[in-house]
Design a protein. Sequence first.
Length: 128
Amino acid sequence: MNERDLAKYYAGGRIGIGVLLLLFPRRMVKGLWGAAAAGSPAVLFFTRLVGVRDAILGAGAIAALQGEGTASVRPWMSYGAAADAADAVATLLAYKHLPKRKRFALLGVAAGGAATGGYLMTSMVDDH
């Protein structure tokens, strides 16, 4: 798999997660944090915000990948990496308050996304 294919999967995954968070926030929150959190209007509000953010970042990357070359893709990879790094920091700050069986996975997903975006942002070779 080359970097361009990896970027497509990275962006597509972000769109998928974003759409799920936006359209099914209660179900997503319940699966991650339990029924009590899924009943909070504030938690659902922020879940939708994160969903919109991820869907936009993924759509921007997909649109950039439609062009020739990778120069326009690199900024979108950096935006995604920055968002995922911020998510990893937020996860660390809330780590002891997250469900014990899920907190490491949440951190892993965020850190993995940051690492993938960082790798793509620095390794994609311009292919004009």
